[in-house]
Ligand binder design. Structure first.
Ligand code: B12
Length: 271
């Protein structure tokens, strides 16, 4: 790790070796001296995570299996402990987009196949939600912010765990996040609900809006919100993403509205 300083008298830059860190592909941000985990160095590690070798992938699979078992028995302490182990192994971002998504997909399958009931699915979701909330809370937000982001679900869609995961991923990228979530129970008043979401988002003057849709039947609402927002906020990047958007084809959305990539981190790395 080399520090480069401009010598204005000699009109040349001076390099000073700060530390020998070894090969780049084995590095994580934890190997960087604490005072230097800022600015472009931090950005580099947010975007380019270390590669995973086979041994790590094997350990990850094994830990995810154990975590699933802990969740199924409702053991919150063990679930938190196993999550921490996974985060230490693969980092918080991968834990969010890989482990949590894998475990919840598996949970959904078990529910669909009748292996577990609705109450067990709720219990698992609640424990995972607490784990994500705790980790989000621990993400440091020092210094200048990159921008403001609003996250929401369209009226009707109750799948809010994705919002929390996205909240953390945006916080890591130094966005101030306003997560207005889902669970909009307005009965027949769909129009009024959408208006509430749109008005609030516009007033927040966001740089980014993430609309998360899990159930495809609420895509209509999501597109409507996106359309109104892109009219009111022409300089804001508006993204539609989530399981419910899988049927959309690139180019189907109107200009100014972006379709999130299936690989969430690759979308986040374009911000
Ligand atoms: C938990 C859960 C619930 C909970 C939600 C609780 C909560 N507070 O979130 C409850 C019990 C309420 C629920 C209800 C229902 N659910 Co549900 N649910 C799930 C489950 C098990 C997990 C979802 C989850 O949180 N995943 C983890 C998150 C992190 O992953 P994710 O949402 O995919 O998000 C990732 C990406 O997609 C991306 N992303 C998401 N949004 C966005 C947006 C942007 C802009 C970007 C960049 C990225 C991005 O970021 C995340 C990280 O990569 C899924 C199973 C599954 N396969 O996912 C079923 C599932 C989604 N549910 C399903 C169904 C059918 C329902 C119900 C209709 C059931 C019913 N008959 O009542 C209701 C609908 C309620 C409603 N009106 O919304 C089906 C959907 C099938 C379909 N194709 O339509 C699934 C797939 C289960 C199944 N196997 O059948 N559900």
């Amino acid at each position: 790790m080399v520090e480069s300083k401009w010598d204005s008298e000699k009109k040349t830059s001076k390099q000073k070796v700060l530390e020998y860190l070894g090969s780049l592909e084995n590095l994580t941000i934890d190997n960087i001296p604490k005072d230097y985990r800022t600015g472009s160095i931090r950005k580099f590690f947010v975007k380019n995570q270390t590669k995973l070798n086979e041994e790590v992938v094997e350990k990850q699979k094994n830990l995810e299996m154990i975590l699933t078992r802990c969740l199924l028995t409702g053991d919150e302490d063990m679930s938190t402990q196993k999550s921490d182990e996974l985060i230490k192994l693969i980092g918080l971002q991968r834990f969010y987009v890989e482990s949590i998504t894998n475990i919840m997909t598996e949970t959904g399958k078990r529910w669909y196949d009748g292996e577990i009931g609705i109450a067990e699915e709720h219990m698992i979701t609640n424990v995972i939600r607490k784990i994500v909330e705790i980790n989000n809370h621990q993400i440091e937000m020092k210094g200048l912010i990159e921008g403001v982001a609003v996250i929401c679900n369209p009226e009707g869609d109750d799948h809010t765990l994705s919002n929390l995961v996205l909240e953390g991923l945006l916080k890591i990228r130094k966005y101030k996040v306003v997560n207005i979530g889902g669970n909009w129970y307005m009965g027949e008043k769909t129009k009024a609900t959408n208006k509430a979401i749109i008005d609030f988002s516009v007033e927040s003057r966001p740089d980014i809006v993430f609309i998360s849709v899990t159930i495809a039947r609420y895509l209509f609402n999501a597109k409507l919100i996106a359309k109104e927002l892109s009219k009111a906020l022409p300089d804001t990047k508006i993204f539609l993403g989530g399981l419910g958007t899988q049927g959309i084809i690139e180019g189907e959305l109107q200009e100014g509205i972006h379709l999130a990539n299936k690989d969430t981190l690759s979308t986040l790395n374009t911000l």
